[in-house]
Design a protein around this ligand. Sequence first.
Ligand SMILES: Cc1cc2nc3c(=O)[nH]c(=O)nc-3n(C[C@H](O)[C@H](O)[C@H](O)COP(=O)(O)O)c2cc1C
Length: 172
Amino acid sequence: MRYAVLYSSGTGNTEQVARSIYAALPAGEARLEAVGPDTAAPVEEVLFLGFWTDKGVCPPDMQDLFAKLSGKQVVLFGTAGFGGSQAYFDAILQRTAALLPAGNTVLGGWMCQGKMPAAVRTRYEAMAAQNPGDSKAASFLANFDHALSHPDQADLAAAAAFASEMAAKVEG
Ligand SMILES: Cc1cc2nc3c(=O)[nH]c(=O)nc-3n(C[C@H](O)[C@H](O)[C@H](O)COP(=O)(O)O)c2cc1C
């Protein structure tokens, strides 16, 4: 097995992307696994590591896995509640890549927006109600509603295309 797709997903968005990436990799050369506290260091040479965004970076379970990696070729992918700009995604990818131990090589990174739980909208609604002129609350609400349909079919197709591109890079 050459590739492992390992992902951390609390509410399913990143899992959807991970499945799309897995399906795009060469048949019989990849495996898919959800990361947990006891995930062992993978033996595959190329790792697609998927994460949900937790306060601007990958979550602790993924960081724990990172600590076990050395000499790997790594492709990062993720989902984030805010998705307004590529620069925002790039900053998350950069902060996440910086957590990988030296000696691992990052081949590329890709992210898309992912829906958030209804409780988050309720919090934004309370913000807006408390301060009706608050443009921040209004933009949070607009972003929440925009995120609701993501990852969508276009996101999943883009994730698959990205995976194929990364595999082609590896296969040389
Ligand atoms: C505790 C917590 C912290 C979060 N922090 C961020 C954040 O800093 N930036 C962001 O864009 N989204 C943030 N989100 C939103 C999630 O990253 C987003 O909804 C993601 O798609 C969830 O993926 P999952 O369904 O695979 O768990 C946060 C969500 C939770 C629950």
